[in-house]
Design a protein around this ligand. Structure first.
Ligand code: 3HC
Length: 667
C-alpha cells in the first residue's frame, strides 16, 4: 500500500503523507520523508520541499502500535536530522492535529504554516513518554523554555492562534495552507534550520519551580521530571549532546512499566465502545433529554447534556427542590466560566436549553429520560411506572441506579427493550465514567444510542451486565469489606488509607467513607451496632458532615486521626472477640487490591464485564485509579496473575477459577 506521494508542483517538491486514520509515522512514512529530502536536494527542478498530509489531520505522531515491536530503521530522530540538514528549505502545511512526532516533524522544517483550526502539542507525557525525536530541543528554541515545559509536561495541545503568538508557527493560513506554504517557501529560501536558532536563556530555577508548582499533578509520574531534564539540557549543553540525552531518557521511559500501562489505557479507552454485535446498528436520535431528580446527581447529569447543546427538561417533586436544582445548575455552569472550562457564550446557550417542571407530562417529548432519584427500589419502580405512561413511544428510559436491579426497574416501566442503566459517577458533570448497564432485554439500538451519546457528552462508556453494583461498585464493595475487616483485626484505618494513597489512589477507604457519609442507609431506629460504621453513627460520628467519623475534622475540614474512633473500633473488636495483630504495609496493600482483582475476574467469567481492559477503564475514570499502573487488572497482570493467586492463598483466600485460568494463560 502506498502511504505517501511525491511530486513537483510549481517548482516545489511536495510530499503528501497518506496513512489513515491519523497519518502515524510508520516505518514507511519515515523512509518516505528521508527519501523526499534526498530527492529534493538532488533535483534541480525543485527549489524546496513542502510536507503535507492527506485526510482530516496532519500527523498524530509515532505509531503507537510499533512501540511493542522491534524498532525498525530509519528511526524518527534520523528523519528529523535529515530534515534539519536539508540543503533546501522545508515547510510543513499543517491542519487537524499535529501531535508528538508529528509536531517534531513540523518543528524540524524551516517553516510552518497552519490552517486556523489546527491543534499542536506534545502529548507523549500522557503515554508515559516524552518527546523522543528532538521535540524538547526544538520546541524550547521556538517557544522558549517555559512554554516548552508547560506544553510537554501537560501534553495539552494549543490552538493555531496561540501557536502563532508563541512562535511555533510562522503563518496562520486564511486560505489553503498548501498555497500559503508554497508562498512561504518562495519568500524564505534562506531560512535557518530550527536547531541552529539560539535558545532564549532563562533562570533555570524556573524549571524546578514549575515542577514544584505541579507536584500534585505529576505525583508518581516518571515522565515530567525527565522532560524537565531534557529541556534544562537544551539550555546547558550543545544541541547534539542535549538531543542524545533526550533520546536516552525517551528510550528508558518507553521500555518502562509506566509507559506500558499508559499505552494499555490509550487502547483500552478506544476499545470500550467497540461492540462487534452493534456494528451496523443505527442509534436513535436524541434531541431532548429528561432528567428526573434535581439533587446532586440529577443536576450533574443535566449539566453534561446542556453543555453539549442538548436541551434538558428537569423534573422534581416540589418547587423548592426544583428551584435549588436550577440554581445549582446555573452556579456550576458559571463556575465553569470562572475556571475557563466553558466560555460565557457557551454557558449562556447551555442555560437557555434548560426547562424545569413539576409535571411528568413535560417529559412527553423527551427522546431519553434519565431517572436520578433516591436509591431505593420502591422510589425507582414508582417513577418508572409513571414513565411508562408519559414517555413517547420509542423514548429511551434510563435509570442512574448504582446498585439496583435494572431489569426489575425496567419491568415497572413496561418497556424493557427501551430501558437501560446509565450510571454516572459523582460529580456527574466532571467524572469521565459512564457505566452503561445492559438489561436482559435492552434493545441493540438503545445500547448503541447510549454509547454514541456518551461520546457526545465527553464520557468514557463502559458496558456492564446487570448485577449488584455492576462493575465498579461491586469491586469497591470487596475493597471496603477487606479494609473494614482489617481494622477489626488490629490494623489502623489511618495506616490503611496511607498505604492506598501511597499506591496512588486519591483517597483511602476510610476518608472516602467519611466524605460520602457513614450514615448512608443508616437510621438510629434500626441500628443494631453490629458493624463499626453503625457504632460510629450511634456515637454521632456520621463522617465529614458532623466533623467526626473515622477521622476528626477541624473547622477547615482537615482530617486527623481520632482517638475516639480508635476506641470505638477497639471496643467493637473486643465485643466480637476478634484477635488483634499487627499488619505490614505489603499485607495491607495485597488485601486491598487482590480480592478486588479476584472479583474483577469473577465479573469477567459471569460476563458482567466484557474485558479486563474495560474493568481498568472503570477504575481509571470512575475511581481515580493511578493511571501509571494501568488499572487493577493490568496491574495484576504486570505483577503476574500466578503471584496474585499465590498471595491470595497466603492470605487465606480461595482464588476464583477465572483468576487461576488467567494465571495459567499467562504461563
Ligand atoms: N499511532 C497509532 N495509532 C493511532 C495513533 C498513533 N499515534 N493515534 C491515534 N491512533 C489510532 C487510534 O488507536 C484509533 O484507532 P482505532 O480506530 O483502531 O481505534 C484511530 O487512530 C483514531 O483515533 P481516535 O479514536 O483517538 O480518534 P480521535 O479523532 O478522537 O483523536 C487523535 C485523534 C487526537 C490523534 C488521538 O488519537 C490522539 O491523541 N492520538 C495520540 C497522539 C499521541 O499521543 N501522539 C504521540 C505519540 S508518541 C510519539 O510521537 C513519540 C515521539 O516523540 C518519538
Amino acid at each position: 500500500m502506498t502511504c505517501s506521494h511525491y511530486s513537483i508542483e510549481d517548482g516545489i517538491a511536495v510530499l503528501t503523507i497518506d496513512n489513515p486514520p491519523v497519518n502515524a509515522l510508520s516505518q514507511a512514512i519515515r523512509q518516505a520523508i528521508i527519501d523526499a529530502v534526498a530527492s529534493t536536494a538532488a533535483d534541480p527542478k525543485a527549489s524546496a520541499l513542502l510536507i503535507t498530509c492527506a485526510g482530516k489531520t496532519f500527523c498524530a505522531g509515532a505509531d503507537i502500535r510499533e512501540f511493542d515491536q522491534p524498532p525498525l530503521e530509519p528511526h524518527l530522530p534520523d528523519v528529523i536530522e535529515a530534515m534539519l540538514a536539508s540543503p533546501k528549505p522545508v515547510c510543513c502545511a499543517l491542519h487537524g492535529t499535529v501531535l508528538g512526532g508529528g509536531l517534531e516533524i513540523a518543528m524540524a522544517a524551516h517553516g510552518r504554516v497552519a490552517a486556523p483550526e489546527t491543534k499542536l502539542g506534545l502529548p507523549e507525557v500522557k503515554l508515559g513518554l516524552m518527546p523522543g525525536a528532538r521535540g524538547t530541543q526544538l520546541l524550547a528554541r521556538l517557544v522558549g523554555v517555559e512554554k516548552a515545559l508547560a506544553m510537554a509536561c501537560s501534553g495539552d495541545p494549543i490552538d493555531a492562534t496561540e501557536a502563532l503568538t508563541a512562535g511555533l508557527i510562522d503563518i496562520l493560513a486564511t486560505g489553503d495552507p498548501i498555497d500559503a506554504a508554497k508562498d512561504w517557501l518562495n519568500q524564505n529560501d534562506a531560512a535557518r534550520p530550527t536547531n541552529e536558532r539560539p535558545i532564549p536563556l532563562i533562570d533555570p530555577a524556573v524549571i524546578d519551580a514549575y515542577l514544584t508548582a505541579n507536584a500534585r499533578k505529576f505525583r508518581g509520574l516518571d515522565a515530567p521530571p525527565a522532560i524537565a531534564r531534557a529541556i534544562r539540557a537544551a539550555m546547558d549543553l550543545p544541541y547534539q549532546e542535549a538531543a542524545a540525552l533526550e533520546r536516552a531518557l525517551f528510550l528508558k521511559l518507553r521500555a518502562g512499566p509506566q509507559s506500558r500501562a499508559l499505552r494499555h489505557l490509550f487502547q483500552a479507552e478506544r476499545a470500550t465502545a467497540k461492540l462487534p454485535e452493534l456494528e451496523g446498528v443505527t442509534p436513535r436520535p436524541i434531541d431532548r433529554v429528561g432528567v428526573i431528580g434535581a439533587g446532586t446527581m440529577g443536576t450533574g447529569i443535566a449539566i453534561n447534556f446542556l453543555l453539549a447543546g442538548i436541551p434538558v427538561t428537569l423534573v422534581e417533586q416540589n418547587e423548592a427542590a426544583l428551584g435549588r436544582g436550577v440554581a445549582t445548575i446555573g452556579k456550576t455552569i458559571d463556575g465553569n466560566v470562572a475556571s475557563a472550562r466553558t466560555n460565557r457564550d457557551a454557558a449562556d446557550q447551555a442555560g437557555a436549553l434548560l426547562t424545569a417542571s413539576l409535571d411528568y407530562a413535560a417529559l412527553s417529548d423527551a427522546d431519553l429520560i434519565i431517572e436520578a432519584a433516591f436509591e431505593t427500589m420502591d422510589v425507582k419502580t414508582a417513577i418508572f411506572t409513571r414513565l411508562g405512561d408519559v414517555a413517547r413511544p420509542g423514548a429511551i428510559l434510563a435509570t442512574n441506579t448504582s446498585y439496583l436491579d435494572v431489569d426489575a426497574i425496567a419491568a415497572a416501566g413496561g418497556r424493557p427493550a427501551d430501558t437501560v442503566g446509565l450510571h454516572f459517577f459523582s460529580p456527574a458533570n466532571i467524572m469521565k465514567l459512564l457505566e452503561i448497564v445492559r438489561g436482559a432485554e435492552t434493545a441493540s439500538d438503545v445500547l448503541a444510542t447510549a454509547l454514541a451519546l456518551a461520546k457526545r457528552i465527553g464520557k468514557v462508556p463502559v458496558v456492564a451486565g446487570n448485577a449488584y453494583g455492576f462493575i465498579g461498585n461491586r469491586m469497591l464493595a470487596v475493597r471496603r469489606r477487606e479494609a473494614e475487616g482489617m481494622i477489626t483485626q488490629g490494623a489502623s484505618p489511618y495506616v490503611i488509607d496511607r498505604v492506598l494513597e501511597g499506591f496512588g489512589m486519591p483517597m483511602g477507604p476510610f476518608r472516602i467513607g467519611d466524605l460520602a457519609g457513614l450514615d448512608l442507609g443508616w437510621s438510629a431506629e434500626t441500628s443494631t451496632g453490629s458493624t463499626i460504621r453503625e457504632r460510629l453513627c450511634e456515637a454521632g460520628r456520621h463522617g465529614q458532615k458532623t466533623n467526626a467519623g473515622f477521622y476528626d475534622y477541624d473547622e477547615r475540614r482537615r482530617p486527623s486521626p481520632s482517638p475516639v474512633a480508635e476506641d470505638i473500633i477497639a471496643s467493637f473488636a473486643r465485643d466480637k472477640g476478634i484477635a488483634q495483630r499487627a499488619f505490614g504495609a505489603d499485607e495491607i496493600l495485597a488485601r486491598l487490591l487482590w480480592p478486588m482483582v479476584d472479583e474483577g475476574a469473577a465479573l469477567l467469567s459471569e460476563g458482567i464485564a466484557r474485558s479486563a481492559s474495560d474493568i481498568d477503564m472503570v477504575w481509571l475514570t470512575g475511581y481515580g485509579w493511578p493511571s501509571w499502573t494501568g488499572g487493577p487488572m493490568f496491574h495484576a497482570a504486570e505483577t503476574g496473575y500466578a503471584k496474585v493467586v499465590g498471595e491470595l492463598e497466603a492470605l487465606g483466600y480461595e482464588p476464583s477459577a477465572k483468576l487461576r485460568a488467567l494465571a495459567a494463560e499467562q504461563g
